[in-house]
Each structure stands twice: as C-alpha cells, then as structure tokens.
Design a protein around this ligand. Structure first.
Ligand code: HEM
Ligand SMILES: *[C@@H]1O[C@H](CO)[C@@H](O)[C@H](O)[C@H]1NC(C)=O
Length: 331
C-alpha cells in the first residue's frame, strides 16, 4: 500500500517535471491567490472598460507590454516618468507620441491598490492587461505566471537602442530578439501582433513615394495599397502623424489576416513585409496564413516567453505604489 502510494507520488512528480518548464524562473501561476484574489478580474474589467471607450486601446496595451519587456526585462520600466536620476523610456524615439495606454495601467493600478495595497507590481498588471487585450480582440488566451517585481530604473538610451525599428533589416531585428532569448519563430509569431492597431504615416511613408531614391514606391508593396496609402499619407510633413491600419482587413480583430496580407504584399511596415524576404520566415508566414489555430497556439507560447524576459523576483526591485514613479524611500 505504502509502496503503491509512493509510486503514484513518483508518477505525480514525473508529470510535474514536464509541466515545470512552463513556470519560468520563480514566477508562479498562483502568486496572488491569497494576497489579491480578485486581481485577474480587476485587470479584466479595467481593460474591458478602456477598450469599450477606445477600441484601439487593445493594440496599445499589447505594444506597451512588448516595449516594457524589451528594455530591462518586463519590470514596468516603460511606465516610469523622467526624474532627476534618469531619463525614462516614455520619451525615447520609438515611444514618444506613439506609446499609448499609460493612463489605463495607472487607473487599474489605483483600483488594485485600493483592495490589495503594495502587493501587486505594475509589471504584472501590464502583463495581465496585454493578455486581456488580446482575448477581448478575439485572440487566444494563455496562462500568465505572476510575481514580477518593478524595476528601480529606466533608460531612454536602452529604449532607443533595443526596440526594433520598422526600417532596419530583418537580421538586426532577429538579433534584438535573440538578445532577449527569443528565436526566429518568435520574431515571426510576435510580429503578428500587427494584426491589430495602427501606425503613423511617418513609420512607412518612404515606401510610398521615393523608395530609397528610386523615384518609385517600394516594389514590395501592392500597388493598389500604395495608392490608398498615398491618399491617407500625402507626401508632406503635415501627414506624418496620420494613422493607417497595420492590418487593413480587420484592424480591431486579433486573427491571422496579418499573414494573409504579407502573402499578397500588403504588409504595412517594411519590417512586416521583410518576413517574406527570407525563405525560413516566409515558410512560417505561409503556414500561419493557412492555419489560424496553429497561429493562436504559437502566439500564446511566444507571449509567455515575452512575458518572462528578464523578470525581477523575490526581493529584487520593489512593488511600486504608483506605476509612474519609483517608491520614494528607495533613494
Ligand atoms: C518585429 C519588430 C517590430 C517593429 C519594427 C515594430 C514597429 C512598430 C511600429 C513602427 C508601430 C507603429 C507605431 C506608431 O506609428 O506610433 C507599431 C505598432 C504596433 N506594434 Fe509593433 N513592432 C514590432 C514588433 C511588435 C511586437 C513584438 C508586438 C507585440 C507583441 C507589437 C505590437 C504592436 C501593436 C499592437 C501596434 C499598434 C499599437 C497601437 O495602435 O497603438 N509590435 N509597431
Ligand atoms: C476615452 O478615450 C479617449 C481617446 O479616444 C480618451 O481621450 C479619454 O480619456 C478616454 N476616456 C476614458 C474614461 O477612459
């Protein structure tokens, strides 16, 4: 009998050993179960209300999480305002007048502080918010492991250096992902986040008029798409901040249309269409364009990897009381 119990126990451990790699580092799926049991509902409600008011907010929250994780890991550094000790990331080139959703995270954080003061990090709230945004846009769900701590610093320079640019070559983008432990498939899969949201004209305008001094539009952009975009984004500085949908088919729907667009030269950013310029990534694009379930599954997997980049746990960092500033007593 004891022997049988023991062997059941060892089967249990054996099964656990396969599940273990899912729980990356010291993060824990049940981290706030006792200390803040309503956390997931509070985040869900806050994200839902924000999206109901402004549909684009789903895309903006997803991008905010990505930009957080690519600089100092997922530690809420992107949320910090400039202060006398450092220039933060909000005003870095890829972020300034571009990142959105700070007030949404600040307001969810204020709600959470009311029920569970000084318990839940801003980094965890942002990670949960990104998942809710994808779910509410019709995309997949995935388990979010929790217990991230908030960083004590932020860096404008690191944001300038480490966030991928839409006009840099695929190889550069791949190496920026690799420095965060993300592989080529993650590049293709996470780029598919551009199935929702918008880009300002200046981020792709050079494709429309005089591409690399050719006097012609980018030959890798479908010609009817070029004409439509020339109307949205006339060749004048005044059009720089006008918006075009990243996925022209279903801009608010999290689906695999992004990949279908790439198959027909209808990717908006150069960095999007560039995924067709490498045989390995083109093959992945092709399969995601055909198999939406494959895409949902792989997006969930890559988002879990994204959310685990460089996390602070245990006694590292702190739990901020306000997401925009480091708690005072740490100086
Ligand atoms: C692969 C390299 C990437 C590049 C070069 C890139 C570049 C850009 C650019 C230039 C914009 C438009 C910003 C603006 O005009 O203000 C944008 C928007 C967006 N990006 Fe990316 N991005 C990349 C990867 C990602 C990843 C990994 C995610 C998330 C997992 C993501 C999510 C988004 C979303 C959702 C938007 C729309 C935001 C909104 O409408 O507010 N991007 N991206
Ligand atoms: C609703 O969205 C608009 C932008 O579309 C924003 O200016 C406003 O502050 C939002 N209101 C609330 C209550 O979130």
């Amino acid at each position: 009998m004891a022997c049988k119990t023991l062997s059941y126990f060892s089967i249990f451990l054996f099964v656990l050993s396969f599940l273990e790699p899912l729980a990356n580092g010291q993060l824990d799926y049940n981290f706030y179960d006792q200390s803040c049991p309503n956390l997931p509902m509070m985040v869900r409600w806050g994200v839902w209300a924000a999206i109901r008011n402004d549909t684009r907010m789903a895309a903006s929250l997803l991008r905010l999480h990505f930009h957080d994780c690519f600089v100092n890991g997922c530690d809420g550094s992107v949320l910090l305002d400039d202060n006398p000790y450092f220039k933060g990331e909000k005003n870095a080139l890829p972020n300034r007048n571009s990142l959105r959703g700070f007030e949404v995270i600040d307001s969810i954080k204020a709600d959470v502080e009311r029920y569970c003061p000084s318990i839940v990090s801003c980094a965890d709230i942002l990670t949960l918010a990104a998942r809710e945004a994808v779910i509410l846009s019709g995309g997949p769900s995935w388990p979010v492991y929790l217990g991230r701590r908030d960083g004590l610093t932020a860096s404008e320079k690191a944001a300038n250096d480490q966030i991928p640019s839409p006009i840099e070559p695929l190889d550069n983008i791949v190496s920026k992902f690799a420095s965060n432990g993300l592989d080529l498939r993650d590049v293709v899969v996470l780029s598919g986040a551009h199935t929702i949201g918008f880009a300002q004209c200046f981020t792709f305008k050079r494709r429309l008029f005089d591409y690399k001094g050719s006097g012609m539009p980018d030959p890798l952009m479908d010609s009817s798409m070029v004409s439509t975009l020339q109307t949205t984004c006339p060749n004048l500085d005044a059009s720089n901040s006008k918006l075009a949908p990243l996925d022209v088919q279903t801009v608010f729907r999290f689906d695999n249309a992004y990949y279908k667009n790439l198959m027909t030269n209808s990717g908006l950013l150069e960095s999007d269409q560039a995924l067709m310029g490498n045989p390995e990534t083109a093959e992945m694009v092709n399969s995601y364009s055909m198999y939406p379930y494959l895409y949902s599954r792989d997006f969930a997997t890559s988002m879990m990897k994204l959310g685990n980049i460089g996390v602070l746990t245990g006694q590292a960092g702190q739990v901020r009381t306000k997401c925009g500033s480091v708690n005072y007593y740490y100086y």
